[in-house]
Write a protein that binds this ligand. Structure first.
Ligand code: SF4
Length: 284
């Protein structure tokens, strides 16, 4: 893993494409992702972004945006005005192209510095999405921020299976992510489990019973419709569908999402989101 220090002109990116209906801006404390060689990295949608990769294999680099908090502060008024004018509110998705709690966060504290700055300069809402239980390291800060603005924490748990055949381990253990959700929710933070992309689930009723016990809502997304390409063809070029089909052939079809959603709704009535509207906070 090549870790380098870098600076960013404007850490607040005005959203386009699939995030347009979710938030006005996205924010990446890092460029690249230290979890890129774990299970989520196999089907990661970001690895298809040649502009970002610049020829580097996904998971081989992490650029630490050392001035992220200063950049946020410097662009705050202008981006707030733009968000409120063009998207009704200044809302931030952190992060869509990296993980805010990569292991290097404990050393560099880039996400932490952004959250600290947001306490004094809050957006109108924040969605903080992660694959890591390390989000609980920021619990106190998140509670301070939740006093200032709307905060929603998305913890991704794509399956109850620790392994899929032939693929690497998860970035962080499933049990630890469930524990993190419980800690966040019990502290009073609005906590959502994002089952995205949906992977084959061994025991769906038990999985959603667990989610219902530690989260306010869940969101289901399938790589078909969810990976930003027609018919999920980006993901079909990766090793992920083959491994999914090996344990559950129907899981590679979009219909699997509806089948699993019906079970999810039984455990979380009125608290299940589907696809992009689910990421935007619409639950049924
Ligand atoms: S944590 Fe997110 S950005 Fe990083 S590899 Fe996994 S899916 Fe991609």
């Amino acid at each position: 893993m090549n870790v380098s220090l870098t600076t960013i002109k404007n850490v607040l990116t005005r959203t386009s494409g699939y995030l347009t209906d979710v938030t006005s801006h996205s924010m990446q404390p890092y460029c690249g992702c230290a979890f890129g060689n774990s299970l989520c990295g196999v089907g990661c949608y970001v690895k298809h972004n040649g502009h970002l990769l610049k020829g580097r294999p996904w998971g081989s680099f992490l650029e630490v945006r050392t001035n992220a908090a200063d950049s946020y502060r410097a662009h705050y008024e202008r981006e707030q005005a733009w968000g409120r004018k063009h998207r009704e509110r200044f809302s931030i998705f952190c992060s869509s192209a990296t993980d805010p709690f990569v292991p290097q966060e404990r050393r560099y504290g880039i996400t932490t510095s952004l959250l600290q700055t947001m306490v004094n300069f809050p957006p109108d809402s924040l969605i903080l999405q992660t694959h890591s239980h390390a989000v609980v390291d920021s619990l106190e800060l998140l509670l301070q921020l939740a006093d200032q603005t709307s905060v929603r924490i998305h913890v991704t748990i794509e399956t109850d299976r620790e392994r899929l055949p032939g693929l690497p381990r998860h970035a962080t253990p499933i049990d630890k992510r469930f524990d993190a959700c419980r800690t966040l929710q019990q502290a009073g933070l609005f906590t959502v489990v994002t089952v995205a992309p949906l992977l084959p689930i061994a025991d769906p009723p038990k999985f959603f019973e667990r989610i219902a016990g530690c989260a306010d809502a869940c969101v289901l997304d399938h790589f078909v419709e969810g990976d930003g390409s027609p018919d999920g063809r980006r993901t079909l070029r990766t090793e992920l569908p083959k491994a999914m089909a090996e344990v559950c052939p129907e899981s590679v079809q979009l219909e699997y999402r509806e089948q699993i959603a019906n079970i999810a709704r039984a455990w979380l009535p009125g608290r299940v989101g589907i696809g992009i509207s689910g990421f935007a906070g619409e639950y049924f």
